[in-house]
Design a binder for this molecule. Structure first.
Ligand code: SF4
Length: 444
């Protein structure tokens, strides 16, 4: 009798925690597992072993990761740990001494070596069953495209460089090939990610690479131009862009429609003194003027940013500077965190800790101010026709996103009369109303 494939195919359970960069690492490991003939399991019980891709960014993420490892050990018993927390081997092993292996982030080879050590590789590699775009955890119509790993900066509140190392840019041809495969497989929106997208190519001195037989510098502007020329005109959205001078070169590409008019720029603060204490790669000088100039070239530009309030030493006046900046910058989407010390971060040594209640109070005041701005900016879109990408269609309506909305982090466009729409399709929507986060409309 033929054995069922359930019995013969080794199965791996996978838990993926953390940010989009960690998600891409998970996709790579899952792709490799599938390429080698392993199956994935939806439950701990059916898995022969479990891989937990962890996050170590803030204390809450560390706790969540350690809990996930504990749960996988209790339910399955055989666990391989990878990801950012994996860089802290000692911490993982002291909490969970029985894990099979611990590897650091973006190290597919090390994860696969650990899998091979504990779960025999299947005879038939099933290579032909792996889709050319790899295994992805995002919906079919959008995908993250990681262009580099690590970061050359040393922001005092951040431990990412110690977890993920210095900047390593992926070869331009490799990034382009991956983007082309994704678009061929039906992806309509590419989200470019890294720790520091603007720095792409700095580590290899903007070395000349090749794409379609043409020499091209490994540099963000050139990459964005090439991605913008991909057949099928997918949406191309840039995340984690620091406002280095050459970012100005991207704005005309947005005005021409080759790139989405969207910039995710983590400004973090507006006070020059606080930015210095944060050791941020770019300071606030000229930022307001540059934003105004960008909007003159590309009026559709949507800017998303994140800020930290209550950073050690932040005075009431400096917080006030931040509120003034917010008022003038009129950003579209904003996230705000009350400063929380991360184990191992240089900022922990700074004097002037801000009391918890004060941090929370400042965060609330900040969010209140931004809510007003956000509401007004969305209200200004009422009556306009916007091109949207449909994410989901349910009875009674669809959820879609305009060029100003990145998945998961920004708002959405709720579309009524959407019965004929399908997920992954572009549509024109007439905007009828708005609130603080979202837009509402009908198919135009
Ligand atoms: S730029 Fe700063 S915050 Fe961003 S990853 Fe690098 S060190 Fe961390």
């Amino acid at each position: 009798m033929r054995k069922s494939s359930r019995k013969t195919t080794p199965r791996v359970g996978f838990v993926s925690l953390g940010c989009p960069k960690a998600l891409v690492d998970s996709e790579r490991v899952l792709t490799q597992l599938r390429a080698e003939g392993y199956a994935t399991s939806a439950s701990y019980r059916d898995a022969d072993l479990v891989i937990v891709n962890t996050c170590g960014f803030i204390d809450a993420a560390v706790e969540e990761s350690l809990d996930a490892i504990g749960e996988a050990l209790a339910e399955n018993g055989k666990v391989i740990v990878t990801g950012c927390l994996g860089a802290k081997d000692g911490m993982v092993r002291s909490a969970h001494p029985s894990v099979l292996a611990v590897t650091g982030p973006h190290d597919t080879d090390a994860v696969m070596r650990a899998v091979h050590d504990h779960l025999k590789r299947p005879h038939d590699p099933y290579t032909d069953l792996v889709p050319p775009q790899g295994v992805r955890l995002t919906p079919r119509h959008y995908a993250y495209l990681k262009i580099s790993e690590g970061c050359n900066h040393r922001c005092s509140f951040c431990i990412i460089p110690s977890l993920r190392g210095d900047l390593v840019s992926r070869p331009l041809g490799e990034v382009m090939q991956e983007a082309e495969r994704l678009v061929d497989a039906g992806v309509r929106e590419l989200l470019v990610i890294s720790q520091d997208t603007s720095a792409y190519g700095v580590d290899i001195k903007y070395r000349t690479g090749f794409w379609n037989g043409r020499p091209m510098k490994t540099r963000l502007t050139e990459l964005a131009r090439a991605l913008g020329d991909l057949p099928g005109a997918p949406w191309l959205r840039l995340h984690y862009v620091y406002p280095y001078p050459h970012v100005d070169e991207l704005i005309p590409l947005m005005a021409e429609g080759r790139l989405l008019p969207y910039l995710d720029i983590p400004f973090q603060h507006a006070s020059a003194r606080i930015l210095k204490r944060m050791k941020r790669p770019a300071n606030a000088e000229n930022v307001l003027e540059r934003i105004a100039a960008w909007r003159r070239i590309c009026p559709e530009l949507a800017i998303r940013s994140t800020f930290i309030v209550g950073f050690p030493g932040e005075t009431e006046a400096e917080f006030g500077e931040l509120l003034d900046f917010l008022d003038e910058a009129q950003l579209d989407r904003v996230g705000c965190f009350a400063y929380s010390p991360v184990d191992g971060a240089a900022a922990n040594e700074l004097d002037g800790a801000v009391a918890e209640e004060l941090k929370e109070e400042r965060r609330a005041r900040f969010m209140h101010a931004q809510a007003r701005i956000s509401r007004a900016r969305l209200e200004a879109k009422v009556g306009r026709r916007l091109r949207v990408l449909v994410d989901t269609v349910e009875e009674g309506g669809a959820k879609a996103r305009s060029t100003a909305d990145a998945p998961e982090i920004d708002g959405v466009v709720h579309v009524r009369h959407a019965r004929k729409l399908q997920a992954g399709e572009f549509a024109e929507v007439l905007i009828e109303k708005s609130d603080e986060h979202d837009l509402y409309g009908r198919v135009a």
